[in-house]
Design a protein around this ligand. Structure first.
Ligand SMILES: NC(=O)c1ccc[n+]([C@@H]2O[C@H](COP(=O)([O-])OP(=O)(O)OC[C@H]3O[C@@H](n4cnc5c(N)ncnc54)[C@H](O)[C@@H]3O)[C@@H](O)[C@H]2O)c1
Length: 317
């Protein structure tokens, strides 16, 4: 398709961050904006020149010129909204997490395949150049022996729905840890993933965990995942480190930045780059539409989350 009209569902912080960057992508235009908050939908539609706005998701799907839906609503709505879009033949870009359960994630991937439409999940970090370089360098370290991922955000989400497990599906683990699980699975494609231990902390009196530690095995390789909101640290830390037979690769944010990342091989910097993040997502979505192939969705991410939250199976300690 030469031109793709986008319908935005959920015109909050992330939704606006994404559409702000649309000008750099001539193939995309914003056709419609939907939010349960009518005033918010109207303001964002006006600010970004969308011809249609409204509060009903079904109406967004019928709005003129919508070829693909960009779902930036609270987590619990992603599955139903994505499946409804596939049912009427739209492509979908949906924010992480795709789903709150492994079963729902699987059903949504199935719905996309059945409709022959693209399901693109916005695991933002996966699409960064620094992560591409990490992926390219992987063979140089030989077989991985140990993996560790950390995402400690000195800020909390600050919005009510994140703290309501019915809307969010959980706390720091599903919000931040999902990126680390996705990155590790996307780099290594393990055939077998095992959750050995999950510790969820509720030290901030929230209904969802403010911190989580997981110990996993990815095809026998041990991975530690450590994540928290409102981290008591000097600055936000994001990192994924893989130690192999012949060296160590580390992807990390620089000096607490949310927008500057680097990849190191042992102590040598392979690439350091600043990015607005959302352009990387839109570029990857554009390429996926052009090629007709979406980046893979690793269902094991959601099965691991199910196990960590005790929703299914056993947590082996
Ligand atoms: N990819 C990333 O790195 C990243 C970063 C931040 C947030 N996110 C994800 O983006 C999503 C939104 O997060 P946010 O921080 O923008 O939240 P937000 O609260 O700022 O925005 C959510 C918006 O959705 C609207 N909304 C609520 N229910 C709706 C419905 N049924 N239909 C349409 N609109 C509805 C709200 O009124 C609000 O405007 C979440 O899933 C979050 O996990 C992803």
């Amino acid at each position: 398709m030469d031109h793709i009209g986008l319908g935005l569902a959920g015109a909050g912080w992330l939704g606006e961050s994404l559409i702000k960057e649309l000008a750099a992508f001539p193939r995309f235009s914003l056709a419609a904006v939907q939010d349960v908050d009518a005033a918010r939908a109207a303001v964002v539609a006006t600010d970004y020149d969308a011809a249609w706005h409204g509060t009903e998701y079904e109406a967004l799907l019928r709005a003129p010129g919508v070829d693909a839906v960009v779902i930036c609503t609270p987590n619990a709505f992603h599955v139903a909204q994505a499946q409804a879009a596939f049912a009427v033949g739209k492509h979908v870009l949906v924010q992480k997490p795709l789903a709150l359960t492994g079963g729902d994630a699987r059903a949504t991937v199935g719905a996309a395949n059945h409709a022959g439409k693209l399901l693109f999940v916005d695991y933002s970090y996966r699409y960064l150049d620094t992560v591409r370089v990490l992926r390219e360098a992987l063979p140089s370290i030989g077989l991985p022996r140990r993996i560790s991922g950390a995402f400690h955000n000195v800020y909390g989400p600050g919005k009510g729905w994140f703290f309501d497990p019915r809307l969010s599906g959980g706390g720091a683990l599903v919000d931040l840890g999902v990126h680390l699980l996705d990155l590790a699975l996307d780099l290594l494609h393990p055939a077998v993933t095992v959750l050995e231990r999950a510790e969820l902390s509720h030290t901030q009196g929230l209904q969802v965990e403010d911190a989580a530690r997981l110990v996993l095995r990815l095809d026998g390789v041990r991975m530690h995942v450590d994540t928290s909101w409102n981290a008591n640290r000097p600055c936000t830390e994001m990192a994924l480190e893989l130690e192999g037979e012949r060296g160590r690769l580390r992807w990390e944010n620089v000096d607490g930045s949310f927008f500057r990342f680097r990849t190191l091989h042992d102590d040598r910097c392979l690439l350091e780059r600043e990015t607005p993040l959302r352009t990387d997502t839109l570029r990857a979505f554009d390429q996926a539409l052009a090629s007709g192939t979406a980046p893979p969705v690793h269902l094991a991410v959601y099965e691991l989350l199910d196990r960590a939250y005790g929703r299914a199976g056993q947590i082996a300690v």
